[in-house]
Design a protein around this ligand. Structure first.
Ligand code: NAP
Length: 251
């Protein structure tokens, strides 16, 4: 096991599948004690925990709706009771992401996305920042998306919320910098997860053909970037948007 995150405690929201699961596994492989948050899929979260333990790591699953203030408070208390104070917070959870034409767009549809990408980060960061400030250490990592850099038609509900999430990164990075707490966004390109099972091979091929590296990314490539940001070596890197998308958007 690589041990660059040993003695660190990490909470990854929405880690029962997809990118969150890959991030949790990678942080565990590097020695962090990992809290695997899930919403509905206790069984899948359990399998992620097993994978981390099988590789010699330490992990446990914690069910909570990260949009709910009381559940977030309980989640943080449960994680800290089990593993100790949280050093690394990865804000990854997402619900359904429907594409909606402007004609059909409603405020409710926008709020559905903002609950994941603004409300939940606000609740979680407020719950951990006190102890991070006291200890003068913290790594907050927002999982954003390349869609904000690209702009995508008929998706403004999601694109605008991802833009707002990066706005949190930018402001919080400056606000928390005096305490040596870093806040960054990792913005993946399209990386097929379970949620994309219904998407056609044609649409995936067309996307990949337009990426400068001519391929889609891997969940492990996002996870490795998150693990780097969580490490001691990234201590002077804050307020940034790291696109993991084969050059599809440029900094
Ligand atoms: N995959 C991509 O192509 C891509 C590209 C750019 C950005 N992203 C971003 O990457 C992140 C992960 O995306 P993904 O594709 O890996 O998603 P995913 O496979 O659909 O997984 C979503 C995760 O969020 C959890 N979740 C859902 N509602 C929740 C709630 N209320 N409270 C706590 N957890 C909840 C799910 O848990 P249960 O299964 O337990 O319900 C699941 O673990 C998102 O922020 C997404 O916007 C993804």
């Amino acid at each position: 096991m690589n041990s660059d995150l040993s003695n660190r405690v990490a909470l990854v929201t929405g880690a029962s599948r997809g990118l969150g699961a890959a991030i949790a596994v990678e942080l565990g492989r590097r020695g962090a004690r990992v809290a695997v948050n899930y919403f509905g899929s206790a069984d899948k979260a359990g399998r992620v925990v097993e994978e981390i333990r099988a590789a010699g790591g330490e992990a446990a699953a914690f069910g909570a709706d990260v949009r709910d203030e009381a559940q977030v408070a309980r989640l943080i208390a449960d994680v800290e009771g089990r593993f100790g104070l949280i050093d690394v917070l990865v804000l990854n959870a997402t619900g359904p992401q429907p594409m909606i034409k402007l004609d059909d767009l409603t405020w409710r549809a926008c709020l559905d996305q903002l609950e994941f990408f603004v409300k939940s980060p606000v609740l979680l960061v407020k719950a951990v920042m006190g102890q991070m400030k006291r200890r003068r250490f913290g790594r907050i990592i927002n999982i954003g998306s390349e869609v904000f850099g690209r702009g995508v038609p008929e998706f403004s509900n999601y694109v605008s919320a991802k833009g707002a999430q990066h706005g949190l990164t930018r402001s919080w990075a400056m606000e928390l910098a005096p305490w040596q707490i870093t806040v960054n966004t990792v913005a993946p390109g399209w990386i097929p997860t379970e949620r994309h099972a219904g998407d056609s091979q044609e649409s995936k091929d067309a996307y990949a053909a337009a990426v400068p590296m001519r391929r889609m990314g891997l969940a492990q490539e996002v996870a490795a970037t998150v693990a780097f940001l969580a490490s001691d070596g990234a201590g002077f890197l804050t307020g940034q948007n790291l696109a993991v998308n084969g050059g599809n958007t440029l900094g």
